[in-house]
Design a protein around this ligand. Structure first.
Ligand code: ATP
Length: 341
């Protein structure tokens, strides 16, 4: 399961990365805030040109890891390098090579989109004409030409995130860090942003992405590292994680709860674990296709007729639940409660 330095890239070819092929290396990084161990000694390796998805619930330590790697925070111990440069000893050089777009768009709402990008160019010591050209290029690429000369205050959340991502690219970074890039976006804006991120990756940018969305890690990342309470609890490709921790699930709806309960109790324990919720039955299957047939035969023998049958292959949500004991729905609810405070 462990997939340290060899990975399948998006073209589907597998290669083994040597140390110089690694854009990001993290070894035993720890960071404590008083009594809270935000990072309890994590190891990461991101081969050049690949995407690492750092997946975890609220408070797992994702932002802390990104802050260490982007030189904004000094680790208590351990080492981290980006593009072969030590983030503690060579922070200035690291900053020249990286781009960071955060959970909350960091652009200035009082400036226009174009002014924001030109300003970032200036801060990166670009000459005026270069910063203007780069701003125009990025506005075009991120579909912000029409809104380029409006103040960001008038932008939608999705537009702000796109501008924030554009701002992170002004300097043509070789390694890009995206900290929960789509948190709070509606499904359409999220999809738009994913498409833009996929283009960047296709162009060869190395990406470290943090996310609470399993779907996002599944779609964008070559390798996924799951963290919880500052510790790596699993790593692998989405496929490996699903194969290792997920189970197929048979879902059935009945006309009423009594029928659902009777159907669930007909499923032998060796075939799967049946849970009833109202008139819905979910059977977590012990094993592949044979278990599906056995479960259906057992239910059929009761004479009860389901109104709907669906077979769900394992998702990363299942993986997360089996690893942390917490469903992602709870995580999302916690996040919403936190945001409402
Ligand atoms: P989220 O998804 O909510 O952004 P996260 O995975 O990014 O969460 P971190 O922000 O890295 O998590 O936080 C890890 C832990 O460290 C949490 O328990 C958090 O409360 C704590 N923490 C983070 N920053 C500070 C700080 N400046 N002072 C004290 N505790 C902090």
């Amino acid at each position: 399961m462990a997939l340290e330095t060899g990975t399948a890239n998006r073209a589907g070819t597998t290669r083994t990365a040597g140390p110089t092929d690694l854009a990001v290396v993290v070894e035993g990084v720890m960071k404590r805030y008083g009594a809270v161990e935000a990072l309890a000694g994590i190891d990461l390796a991101v081969p050049r040109g690949t995407v690492l998805g750092l997946l975890g619930p609220n408070g797992a330590g994702k932002t802390t890891a990104v802050r260490v790697l982007t030189t904004l925070l000094r680790p208590d111990s351990g080492t981290a390098t980006v593009d072969g440069l030590d983030v503690v000893r060579q922070p200035q050089q690291v900053r020249l090579r990286i781009g960071l777009a955060g959970q909350y768009a960091a652009v200035d709402a009082n400036l226009t989109g174009r002014e924001n990008l030109v300003l970032v160019g200036k801060l990166n010591h670009q000459v005026k004409s270069t910063s203007r050209d780069r701003a125009a290029e990025l506005l075009d690429r991120f579909d912000l030409v029409d809104a380029a000369d409006r103040t960001v205050r008038t932008y939608s959340g999705g537009m702000r995130r796109r501008l924030d991502l554009a701002a992170a690219l002004v300097n043509r970074p070789s390694v890009l860090f995206l900290d929960e890039p789509t948190t709070g976006l509606d499904p359409r804006s999220r999809n738009d942003l994913w498409a833009v991120i996929e283009e960047l990756v296709a162009d060869g940018t190395t990406l470290l992405l943090t996310t609470q969305y399993l779907e996002e890690a599944d779609r964008l990342a070559d390798e996924i590292v799951v963290i919880d309470h500052g510790r790596v609890i699993a790593r692998g490709t989405a496929g490996e994680l699903k194969a290792g921790f997920g189970s197929s699930r048979l879902e059935l709806d009945f006309d009423d709860p009594a029928a659902a309960t009777a159907a669930a109790s007909a499923v032998p324990a060796a075939v799967g674990t049946a849970n009833v919720e109202g008139a819905h039955v979910a059977v977590t299957l012990a094993d592949g296709a044979k278990a599906v047939l056995e479960a259906l035969r057992a239910i059929d023998s009761t004479g009860l007729e389901p109104t709907r049958i669906a077979l769900r292959e394992p998702t990363l949500d299942d993986v997360f639940l089996s690893l942390t004991g917490r469903p992602t729905a709870d995580v999302a609810a916690d996040a919403a409660a936190g945001a409402a405070k």
